[in-house]
Design a protein. Structure first.
Length: 311
């Protein structure tokens, strides 16, 4: 079997290095370990959803905490022989022989394949109090947290190109939605928003007004206050790691460009979850890890056969 050590030279060679220990990375690792591939998972620290209180829209995990979800996933991977390391991957280099040297913050290993599950970063506007309110009254995704703040007055602001869609979508959870932006929307967009019952204010959000732990309004550059109890931010995304850019083709925000099977432009490198799909929810990210599993195993089997032919 390929995951058995055949010589001392192979002692430090893993079949797969999975970079990232969120839903996508752990899901991929679970498949790979059950396929008897020697797999190392790098856990570089808190994941994107670590600031949320409860998990939603994930069948079987509704109401679980992110910590509970991740701990269960880690235990499952370890139970099948996975090696989870609390290290940040600093660099990955593709070797001429098709292997990959992976430098962690503590030591270097070699892997036959790499799975990037490095996630993304939400680039929040420079509005005082916004970061502190995340997971409380500041939200990024109505699909994930809209129900918990249903029927409250909402304000949406952020990227103009996403605001009209966000404003419309928010009316599924509240009849009081206001889009605040210095951007001048065209008449067609304004008419559509009005048709959905969405108010618009052409101004810039400059602050959040709270009473205790409760949001009561947002403040604008002109001195206006727009009453609200929850805000939804259309924030831009960027890749959380530059590893993809060092290994394969990426888009302008640094996200790996992949095909349907998660394969990047470099053979032996896959990207999953938010490392390639900015709109993937938790359940989508987990599914992406399982989806690539068979293709990674197939790649390993094929490369193993090719190596034997060259011997």
């Amino acid at each position: 079997m390929m995951n058995r050590k055949t010589s001392k030279d192979h002692d430090d060679i893993f079949d797969v290095a999975v970079v990232g220990a969120g839903a996508a990375g752990l899901s991929a690792a679970l498949f790979l370990t059950r396929a008897r591939r020697r797999t190392v998972v790098y856990d570089g620290g808190p994941v994107r959803n670590s600031m949320i209180v409860k998990i939603h829209e994930y069948l079987g995990y509704e109401g679980s905490t992110p910590a509970e979800f991740l701990e269960r996933g880690r235990s499952e991977v370890i139970s099948y022989g996975g090696d989870i390391r609390s290290e940040t991957v600093l660099k990955i280099e593709a070797r001429p022989d098709g292997l990959f040297d992976v430098w962690g913050s503590k030591m270097k290993i070699t892997a036959r394949a790499v799975v990037l599950a490095t996630g993304l970063v939400d680039v929040l506007p420079m509005v005082p109090g916004l970061k502190e309110g995340l997971g409380k009254y500041v939200h990024l995704c109505p699909c994930f947290s809209g129900y918990e703040v249903r029927d409250k007055p909402f304000v949406a602001f952020g990227l103009p190109e996403r605001l009209a869609q966000l404003g419309k979508f928010l009316t599924a959870w509240s009849s009081s939605v206001t889009v605040v932006s210095p951007h001048e929307f065209d008449s067609e967009t304004l008419t559509r928003l009005d048709g959905f019952g969405v108010k618009t204010v052409q101004d810039e959000v400059t602050g959040l007004v709270t009473e205790g732990d409760q949001l009561v309004s947002i403040a604008t550059a002109s001195g206006m206050q727009v009453p609200c109890e929850a805000v939804f931010v259309a924030a831009p995304f960027k890749a959380a790691s530059e590893l993809a850019a060092s290994l394969c083709e990426v888009d302008e925000a640094g996200f790996a460009i992949t095909d349907t099977y998660g394969r990047t432009s470099r053979p032996g490198v896959w990207a999953i979850g938010n490392a390639t799909d900015q709109l993937a929810h938790l359940v989508h990210s987990a599914a992406s890890g399982a989806n690539i599993g068979p293709w990674v195993v197939d790649y390993l089997l094929e490369t193993s056969l090719n190596s034997k032919k060259k011997e």
